[in-house]
Write a protein of this length. Structure first.
Lengths: 406, 99
């Protein structure tokens, strides 16, 4: 079997840093953070109050519908998916059929629905919950709604691999396309983490910074959560060329590893092996990588471990590619964050522009990497990696290449 | 508390419209759930939301066998008369489960 080349033909994003691809990219390249005091939960009840929320005014008619019939995380998946389909210039009224897939990632799925419903139940204010509680809360709701909306009757999958979930979804869609199982896919992730219970759970881990997210900085103190969705339309090159589609980038590699080490403490070895696996899958030597969109959460543990992993894979400082984390801008979207960052990586290659790490003046001594700070950096990079690492020790790395119509 | 037939219909119509994607076809006493495009899950939601709106518990077997808005209103009326009627705006907010 000759593997198919796989290209990105559609992009869609809903985030607190912009709910169009153009606005998102403008904020990411400008280092303009969407973080602000949270509104979804009374900040007086929280110890950590900064968040990157999607303004309700940007949700349109689906936002009103979602409040009754689907959880916010599924609505984000639908909105970003619709953007990606429109961006790919695909008709939205022709069923995609069996040669297509919907692959989504999420960390906590419809936990906001559970939080609200069960609060009443456990508080004994009611003895029943709404009949839509389960269909709204199930983690595969985003993929299910996309499948129904676009008539996708092939594989529909959801990955619950925490903060790496988007990359697992995109990576598996990529592999199915490359193997010829399908011709087209919607793939990415979505998350709606802002319920009182979930925020308290994050606070209990002491992983949130009270002020801002400052990845790889000496004064980093934790991450800031974000919400939304990032979705791609992926197609085999043949399918894309057959309909003369515009191509944003080529997806060339996917690597995944497990630390088998600790539930929350990262292992630089697991991260390094995931990057090497993605490079091997792409048949690319490390020297071909000009940019890494880092997982870069802003926690002490992740950033030190990730920097060590990057140095381990790329060797001497002169060979280490430019690195930035865009999380300070769009927040840590957990199951959605790989979707956000895949889009940032694709656009960095397409527009020859590497986004900076916002809120940061320079890399800390324990993070010896070529960190992009201040302004965006022009690049001639041909290929890039997008790293995501998850609680549970799950690592998923995507490799993209610039599309040159070669 | 007496609730007129017109008010019953108006409040059930409001419940229905809150969950419908597009403008509703005319809702009358004779409208069947199928006429209104409600599938089984939509019907479950309608029954739940109607119970919440009126602060009643509908008899399960009869509620699930209802096929028209008129039948549903009869059940609501019977439940209101059998129990203590509660207006929607007097239901404690903690009792209104919004999914």
């Amino acid at each position: 079997m000759i593997p198919h080349r796989v290209v990105v033909t559609g992009l869609g994003v809903v985030s607190g840093a912009g709910s169009t691809v153009e606005r998102f990219w403008q904020n990411v390249t400008g280092g303009s953070s969407g973080a602000a005091t949270i509104t979804a939960v009374d900040p007086a009840m929280l110890g950590r109050t900064m968040a990157v929320e999607v303004p309700d005014g940007e949700l349109g008619p689906l936002g009103a519908l979602a409040s009754s019939s689907m959880d916010r995380f599924a609505m984000f998946a639908m909105l970003a998916g619709a953007q990606a389909v429109t961006s790919a210039q695909l008709p939205d009224d022709v069923p995609w059929g069996e040669r297509s897939a919907a692959c989504t990632g999420t960390s906590v799925g419809g936990q906001s629905t559970q939080d609200r419903s069960f609060k009443e139940l456990y508080g004994k204010a009611t003895a029943r919950v709404h009949p839509l509680t389960l269909p709204r809360a199930m983690s595969n709701a985003g993929a299910a709604h996309l499948s129904i909306r676009y008539g996708i009757t092939g594989p529909t999958l959801t990955f619950a691999t925490a903060c790496a979930a988007s990359n697992y979804a995109i990576g598996h869609a990529f592999w199915m396309l490359r193997m010829g199982v399908i011709d087209r896919a919607i793939a990415g992730g979505s998350e709606a983490p802002f319920s009182y219970g979930n925020l308290k759970a994050w606070e209990a881990l002491h992983a949130l910074d009270p002020r801002s997210c400052r990845p790889f900085s000496a004064d980093r103190g934790g991450t800031i959560l974000g919400e939304g969705a990032g979705m791609l339309v992926l197609e085999t090159l043949e399918a894309a060329q057959q309909r003369n589609a515009s191509i944003h980038a080529e997806i060339v590699g996917f690597g995944m590893t497990s630390d088998a080490h600790h539930l929350t403490q990262p292992s630089s070895d697991g991260a390094a092996r995931a990057m090497r696996a993605a490079l091997a899958d792409a048949s690319l030597p490390p020297s071909e990588i000009g940019y890494i969109n880092a997982h870069g959460t802003g926690t002490h543990a992740n950033d030190k471990s990730e920097a060590e992993a990057i140095r381990s894979v790329f060797g001497a400082a002169s060979h280490v590619p430019a690195v930035s984390s865009t999380k300070a801008v769009h927040g840590h979207g957990q199951g959605a964050t790989g979707g956000f960052e895949a889009i940032a990586t694709i656009l960095a290659l397409r527009d020859s522009c590497l986004p900076p790490t916002a809120n940061v003046l320079g890399a800390a001594a324990d993070c010896p990497i070529d960190l992009i700070v201040g302004a965006a950096r022009r690049t001639s990079a041909h290929s890039a990696l997008s790293n995501t690492f998850a609680f549970g020790g799950m690592n998923a790395v995507l490799a993209f290449s610039r599309w040159n119509r070669q | 508390m007496y609730i007129s037939d017109d008010e019953l219909l108006a409040r059930v119509t409001k419940v229905l419209c809150s969950r419908r994607r597009e403008s509703a076809s005319p809702i009358t006493l004779g409208s069947t759930f199928a006429d209104l495009g409600l599938d089984s899950l939509d019907t479950l939601s309608l029954l739940f939301d109607t119970e919440t709106e009126f602060g009643v518990t509908l008899p399960e077997a009869e509620a699930f066998s209802s096929r028209t808005i008129g039948c549903l209103l009869l059940l609501v009326r019977a439940s209101l008369e059998a129990g203590e009627p509660v207006a929607a705006d007097s239901v404690p907010s903690t009792l209104v489960v919004v999914a």
